[in-house]
Design a protein around this ligand. Sequence first.
Ligand code: FAQ
Length: 316
Amino acid sequence: MELQEKLDAFQQYIDAEEKIEPKDWMPDEYRRHCIRQISQHAHSEVIGMQPEGNWITRAPTLRAKKILLAKIQDEGGHGLYLYSAAETLGISRDEMIRQLHEGKAKYSSVFNYPTLNWADIGAIGWLVDGAAVTNQLSLRRTSYGPYSRAMLRICNEESFHQRQGYEIMTKMANGTPEQRRMAQDALDRWWWPALMMFGPHDNNSPRTYNGIVWKIKRAGNDELRQRFIDKTVPQAEFLGLKIPDPQLQWNEATGHYETGEINWDEFHRVISGDGPCNRQRMEHHKRVHEEGAWVREAAEAFARRRKAENLTEAIA
Ligand code: FAQ
């Protein structure tokens, strides 16, 4: 088949809502697009363990500590499903980590902000997991099969995370005046970074066109952001907390909330490595990765030995 025929057949297959599987033919650009998005998604899950990990030793009760530990472990698991999904496209995990360490691969901007008080753990679950799940629900229908299947499980866990965050916020918002102040302060600091998670406006998003044509993305950045805003504002009202946006208003005609503009200078600063915690997050990841080298070597040695034993058994 000529290349153009192959490309047309590929597009028809996608338009028919079929899933692309690892051994199927795919355009190089589709492969690169998936590797970029899935690996960056994986890095986000893993780097995202750091801001919450900061509070494990200071959780206010044993129950809260157990829930937080389980939640952070889930995020690590999500990273692993996603690295595995990306590996099916022909990139190794070592290469993905190298790209992260060299600053060639990104991770979500939101994890470059600090967690200053316990209410931040509530705000991360409520807002960050809430934003993540809004995006990921649409990604369950992404065209790349392994990514789509990873999303099914991840979404179930993320919705639980969102609810545990909202539970913390409910307690804090209904607690002492000091707890209430902490809840409002956490909302003030996490609201805008959560909105930035959805990426630039569609008319400023170079990846969206291909992403949508190939059905890797199932909705634009603005549509998903709006969905998140529309469901989150009433949740803040229920808590009696104020969204830190003086321009926020309900538009009866469109049936949506209107908001003020995101600080895009801040967004670009953070994604280019100059946010409040970028250096700290990367240094921590590099150090722990180096410290864990012996675990990877032992696992590889074990796998080699098992393979040799299985071979000997098969010959015998
Ligand atoms: N942060 O043209 P677009 C989670 C980059 S998971 C950093 O719009 P695209 C779970 C973008 O990569 C959260 N970079 O790109 C959790 C591109 O750069 P590149 C992560 C950003 O791909 C919760 C450039 O800007 N979720 O939170 C950001 O069409 C709690 C141009 O942008 C996912 O990754 C940003 N916010 O749309 C864990 C979902 N926004 O690659 C622990 C999958 C944009 O050209 C605790 N990813 N950029 O160098 C996606 O849906 C998409 O990739 C978007 C960006 C929507 C992130």
